[in-house]
Design a protein around this ligand. Structure first.
Ligand code: ADP
Length: 328
């Protein structure tokens, strides 16, 4: 806390110093313009005073002095404006770059905190469950509950590790997607079955059309679908249903995953696909990697992923795959 306070205080000071310097540079530029222009006027006036009024070349010389004065004023205005424009453009770029950098370092810090928590919890739960099973003679249903709980935590850890590994591989440009003929209907049915055995108390509404195929990487597609279903479960109340629909729409394959949770505010709808981004106060654990990866995976598959509001409440994540016959 103290560190954060110190940091924000220091940051406020840096931003204040930045704006002060910028204002000083602009003010100095304006001051120089006024000073030069005044000097220009004075020079012209002085030269005019030197002219002999009754000389035959008076009008010619006077008009030349006036022309020079005008040209110099135009030159000062032109050069000054370009200089001002360059300074302001540079300042805006710099400001935005620093702000972006600051945001990303803050998100990385949040990520480190989240990941520490996400790694520690499953390990602690698993350890405790195994110790309980080892030390105490439990009834069969109790044993099963502990085993089920341990498996859930192991799955969570597995998803987390897969997400982190894939994120670093994608970042390093080292992941090559394989393109095989994937039975999407089958894949989604399997994902839903897997979740319904893990979350027996949850209700799934499914409408999955048979025989829909895409070209793609089975593992990555599974990961993307799992991330979306996992989020739908995580960010909605236990008693509400999660919908999984697979069908066709205007010649494209459409996958829609709906939940009846709080939904996502309009101003967050784009940001949630950024790396490490998490909407504040959602009350669920996470790292902010899932949607970033899902978006990347969909880009690799030339599919569109976006989010809409579900009616009457919650979110609706939609993926539109290109039809199989289209050339890649
Ligand atoms: P994580 O769930 O690990 O935080 P994600 O990248 O999967 O990371 O999601 C990013 C953020 O988007 C989440 O923190 C959450 O705030 C929001 N979000 C994702 N899915 C949903 C959903 N179905 N309903 C409401 N908010 C969601």
């Amino acid at each position: 806390m103290a560190f954060a306070y110190y940091k924000t205080k220091r940051l406020r000071f840096i931003f204040l110093a930045y704006w002060f310097l910028l204002a000083y540079i602009v003010a100095a530029l304006i001051w120089w313009f006024i000073a030069l222009n005044t000097q220009n006027h004075q020079m012209a006036a002085y030269k005019m005073a030197q002219l002999q009024k009754d000389a035959p070349s008076f009008y010619f010389n006077a008009s030349q002095i006036a022309d020079t004065e005008k040209r110099k004023t135009a030159q000062y205005i032109g050069e000054g404006s370009i200089f001002l424009l360059l300074i302001l453009t540079g300042a805006v770029f710099l400001f935005r770059a620093v702000r972006r950098q600051f945001k990303s370092s803050q998100q990385q810090q949040n990520f480190i905190m989240a990941i520490t928590h996400e790694l520690k919890t499953p390990i602690a739960v698993t350890k405790l469950n195994l110790e309980t099973l080892q030390k105490r003679k439990l009834e069969e249903p109790q044993q099963q509950r502990l085993i089920q709980n341990t498996l859930q935590e192991a799955n969570r850890l597995n998803t987390l590790c897969n997400n982190m590994l894939l994120a670093s591989q994608i970042e390093a440009g080292g992941y090559r997607i394989s393109t095989e003929h994937v039975d999407l209907s089958d894949l989604i049915n399997n994902c839903v079955n897997d979740f319904s055995t893990r979350f027996t108390q949850r209700n799934f509404h499914t409408d999955i059309q048979d025989g829909l195929f895409v070209n793609g990487d089975k593992l990555l597609l599974e990961m993307a679908v799992n991330n979306l279903i996992d989020n739908a479960l995580k960010y909605s109340p236990k008693e509400s249903a999660v919908g999984v629909l697979l069908g066709t729409d205007n010649g494209k394959i459409l996958l829609s995953i709906t939940d009846e949770g709080k939904g996502i505010p309009d101003n967050e709808k784009k940001k949630i696909f950024d790396k490490f981004y998490r909407v504040a106060n959602m009350g669920a654990k996470g790292t902010g990697l899932g949607l970033y990866l899902t978006k990347k995976i969909m880009q690799q598959h030339k599919a569109d992923l976006f989010v809409k509001d579900n009616t009457p409440a919650g979110s609706n994540f939609i993926i539109l795959f290109k039809p199989l016959s289209s050339k890649r």
